[in-house]
Design a protein around this ligand. Structure first.
Ligand code: AMP
Ligand code: GLY
Length: 438
């Protein structure tokens, strides 16, 4: 019996998940709730190895509407649900599915605290001797301010709760640090996410994202990736949700990856299990590779965005098998193989992003881009207008992705592909992956 699969979420990560699942010969159909204009395509039984075989369609249910997601899953006899974003995980979507006798891939609410509460994550790392920067947690503004005035190292100020990746402020002076604290705790720029703050040692080095599959015992790392957060070339300008990514990142050598599994990922999975919150899903370690070795900046309780868009095209095994092995506690016996080569994704963003941006601008050229070998264009913020035309509907619009034999070729191919694509005001970074070539 072929399987029906549901992906929860609406961004480029969810399009990449749906694409990878639809390439599995076991899958009959993929649903994405709520999805975007990219997550709908007809079945193509004669497709070769690269394009998806199973069809995909959207389900008009929001990612936080657990009752309707559970009802849909029952009505349509969905076999496997995969949750993309952190918000439903932190709100207990997996627990809601389990309570209804259903399976969903991702951590429970208790395990998702590793991302949802930075205060929890830091205390957890301290309890389990996982390498990370020095820190202190505060619920009182006055006490936090007092600490800032005396702390002897450079700091980063973080709202403890979920703030869509915006709750971290990296100040360049004590005044800026105090300003950040005030924004979070007094002006409540991130709402209740700022009820607690973490004041953390500022680490120096290069960042890497290491994601791993886990069934709560076994940890299987994915190829390491690097994201590019600032909006402009050379890492200038304000931070974004990510302007591009590549994998594998040569910064994380096989030896370093082993060290990260040994000192970070395995202790985290073992620690959560020991504390009564076994973690099943993808565990994402955001790391700073410092002179003293890798240290954790943050944990995420899910696939990264846009890292997933470069990692999943490198997966040689069947994603359904890997996810089911996590859910059934048999990951140690699963076959998780990666293709040689490299993948790059370049984000095409709307005019003005990460500030306010217009919507509804027609997009052209995706077919030409996808006609290039090894290219796939994942949609992040797209919609159909009244006439059925593809238009922009978000700040990050498209993730133009290429896979090739090596990183220089993947970069070249991704930029060749994005040159085919047009919408008014489109902008993108020209230096995605360049750091790895130096
Ligand atoms: P986070 O959401 O915690 O990963 O933080 C977002 C970004 O802030 C990271 O990708 C880093 O660039 C930066 N950052 C966070 N924590 C630190 C730290 N302790 N030292 C230096 N930079 C940091
Ligand atoms: N790429 C950063 C994140 O997924 O949180």
């Amino acid at each position: 019996m072929k399987k029906r699969v549901l992906v929860v979420g609406s961004g480029g990560r969810e399009h990449a998940l749906a694409w990878a699942l639809a390439r599995s010969p076991q899958v009959e159909h993929v649903y994405v709730a709520p999805g975007n204009a990219g997550t709908a395509w007809p079945p193509n039984p004669s497709a070769g190895e690269w394009p998806p075989r199973a069809g995909c369609s959207r389900v008009p249910v929001a990612a936080d509407d657990f009752d309707r997601l559970v009802a849909f899953t029952k009505e349509e006899a969905v076999d496997l649900t995969v949750v993309g974003p952190e918000n439903p995980l932190a709100a207990g979507i997996v627990d809601a599915f389990q309570a209804a006798g259903l399976r969903a891939f991702g951590p429970t609410r208790a395990a998702a605290r590793i991302e949802a509460s930075k205060a929890f994550a830091k205390d957890f790392m301290a309890r389990h001797a996982i390498p990370t920067g020095r820190y202190a947690v505060f619920s009182s503004y006055e006490e936090a301010l007092e600490h800032l005035r005396h702390v002897e190292y450079e700091v980063v100020v973080k709202a403890s709760g979920l703030a869509a990746g915006k709750g971290v402020i990296v100040p360049d002076s004590r005044e800026e640090a105090e300003e950040a604290l005030k924004r979070i705790m007094v002006e409540r720029a991130f709402g209740a996410a700022g009820d607690q703050v973490v004041i953390e040692e500022r680490l120096r080095g290069q960042e890497a994202s290491v994601l791993a599959f886990t069934d709560g015992h076994t940890v299987v790392p994915m190829p390491p990736a690097q994201d590019h957060k600032p909006v402009f070339d050379g890492d200038r300008g304000p931070n974004t949700g990510g302007m591009g990514a590549y994998a594998p990142a040569p910064l994380v050598t096989p030896e370093l990856l082993d060290e990260i599994v040994r000192t970070v990922l395995r202790p985290a999975v073992d620690g959560l299990r020991a504390e009564g919150a076994p973690y099943v899903g993808v565990l994402y370690a955001g790391l700073m590779v410092t002179r003293d070795g890798p240290k954790v900046l943050e944990f995420n309780c899910r696939f990264g965005d846009p890292e997933t868009q470069v990692i999943l095209p490198l997966l040689a095994s069947d994603l359904v098998d890997v996810l089911e092995a996590c859910l059934s506690g048999t990951l140690a016996r699963a076959d998780v193989r990666w293709r040689p080569g490299a993948a790059v994704t370049v984000v095409a963003a709307s005019e003005g992003y990460p500030g306010p941006y217009p919507k509804g601008r027609p997009i052209t050229g995706i077919e030409e881009a996808e006609a290039l070998p090894g290219v796939v264009v994942f949609h992040a913020g797209t919609a159909r207008d009244a006439e059925g035309r593809l238009v922009t509907a978000g700040g990050r619009v498209l993730n133009v992705t290429a896979i090739a034999d090596d990183l220089p070729q993947a970069i070249r191919r991704a930029y060749e592909a994005i040159a085919c694509i047009h919408f008014e005001g489109m902008h993108y970074r020209r230096d995605i992956g360049r750091r790895a070539l130096a």
